[in-house]
Design a protein around this ligand. Structure first.
Ligand code: EPZ
Length: 438
């Protein structure tokens, strides 16, 4: 070993393919709601109890940020947390935490509402495209807020938060939620047009209303928020994760299995249900569960990612693992992010036949994948590789699993309960001290 090298331990996931998944699995709370609910909890001086929060690293980081800005955070149960305001709330989130995830930008909305002044480092998150925040800033500006980007920080300030009228240039979940948070304490009424329709937007609106807010129209393209002076306390349960559910639906089908997922809202899963049915799979929903039963090799289908209720971009990579095994050729069109096909190269390493051209991928189905050493470059790419590994012949070893832990709650252990041969494995690697610092 060179003097400047350091040995450190990491984990990877090892999947032995070929076991059809069978049985019943409970779906946990939605990552993309949970992170926004946690930021929204800073709006109130009273105490809130949030339930059904998934045990994932993105939630842990949001809890750490809450503590750092002065909130009291207490764990009440596996998925249940009590959040209560401390004596003083800071308008500055720690940079080392904020850069770890995208959702740290929700503190812009909630702390602006609460304090009129906030600094948050430019957010991190999956590297899947440029991901600007211009629509967030446009929305804040319409509420009489001065916005400054300086030293890698977003700095917002206002002496009087005033309701405004915003027409978003595109459907954006983040900006819709963020402006809703800020507007919830602004004077007067804010109207947001071309608002995002995602279930997570509705969940945050319901939470704001449960604390005493006045949000109307969430889930439609026009949301009206009338500001209130104070929020109260409430107990609120996060919606189930439709992306986690969709991932397990695709995993069940790809493995040739028969799995029932409980604690789901089947209406949130209509786009993936339609594509699985189109491919020939059986999908049987009840009021709060969904069963996916493989009928053999799927037929190819075309997939275009779109804002809700279209096919979610977050399931594009998991779906590619499944349709890579279809009979015929599928065309995937990614319209939300400009570079979200990195997983295609890893699938090709496992024997897939995928050609990417800009925002389009032509997925020529193959009969089987073969196990290989692959790397998860982001969260959903990781889920895609697990699905491919479950369906492959032989052993698949996936590194980069810290991305998977950001958004899938104990995925290895839960897949084991439905028959997967999958485990975490510690391994040792060496890296130069210089690389680690960078
Ligand atoms: C949320 O990201 C999710 N993240 C993403 O999930 C998800 O892919 C995305 O919504 C779309 O459904 C969280 O909720 C934490 P957007 P968000 O604002 O809010 C462009 C996952 O895997 N845009 O709806 O950041 C943007 O670049 C993650 O769980 C602007 O141009 O997404 C994108 O092309 C990845 N300017 C499109 O809009 C803006 O100001 C939609 O983005 C805002 C967005």
């Amino acid at each position: 070993m060179k003097e400047t090298e350091v040995i450190f331990s990491m984990e990877r996931i090892v999947v032995q393919g070929g076991n059809p998944l069978k049985g019943c699995l409970r779906i946990n709370g939605a990552k993309n709601s949970a992170v926004a609910l946690l930021a929204a909890s800073a709006l109130t001086d009273a105490e809130v109890v949030l339930d059904n929060l998934p045990e994932i690293s993105d939630v842990n980081v949001m809890l750490e940020i809450l503590k750092a800005i002065g909130m009291n955070v207490t764990r009440l149960g596996q998925f249940e947390w009590r959040i209560a305001a401390g004596k003083q709330l800071s308008g500055q989130t720690p940079e080392n935490l904020a850069v770890k995830l995208r959702a740290s930008y929700y503190f812009l909305g909630s702390l602006l509402a609460k304090k009129g002044k906030v600094n948050v480092a430019l957010p991190g998150g999956c590297k899947i495209g440029s991901r600007p925040i211009d629509q967030h800033l446009k929305g804040f500006q319409a509420l009489n807020v001065a916005c400054l980007l300086e030293d890698g920080q977003v700095k917002l300030s206002t002496d009087h938060l005033q309701g405004g009228h915003i027409f978003f240039d595109m459907s954006t979940v983040g900006a819709t939620i963020n402006v809703m948070l800020a507007a919830s304490m602004a004077e007067g009424t804010t109207i947001m047009e071309n608002a995002a329709l995602e279930p997570e937007v509705i969940d945050i609106a319901n939470f704001i209303n449960a604390m005493g807010g006045k949000v109307k129209g969430a889930g439609t393209e026009t949301i009206r928020v009338t500001g209130v002076k104070y929020f109260g306390s409430c107990t609120y349960s996060c919606i189930p994760d439709r992306i986690e559910a969709g991932t397990f639906m695709l995993a069940a089908a790809a493995s040739g299995g028969d799995v029932t997922l409980t604690n789901v809202i089947p209406e949130h899963l209509e786009a993936v249900t339609a594509k699985l049915r189109e491919s020939g799979m059986e999908v049987i929903p009840t009021l709060d569960s969904i069963r996916v039963k493989s009928t053999g090799r799927p037929k190819a289908v075309n997939i275009k990612t779109l804002p809700h209720p279209g096919f979610p971009t977050d399931l594009q990579a998991p779906a590619m693992a499944f349709f890579g095994l279809a009979e015929g050729s599928s065309v995937f069109n990614e319209t939300i992010y400009e570079s979200r096909f990195g997983h295609a190269e890893e699938l090709n390493q496992m024997g897939a036949n995928i050609k990417v051209d800009g925002q389009t991928a032509i997925v020529q189905g193959v009969k089987r994948y073969r196990g290989s050493f692959v790397t998860a470059a982001n969260l959903r790419a990781g889920a895609c590789l697990i699905i491919a590994g479950l369906a492959a012949e032989g052993t698949t070893t996936i590194s980069g699993i810290e991305h998977i832990d950001r958004g899938y709650d104990r995925i290895v252990e839960r897949l084991q309960t439905i028959g997967a041969d999958i485990k975490r494995q510690e391994f040792f690697s060496n890296m130069s001290a210089e690389t680690i610092q960078n």
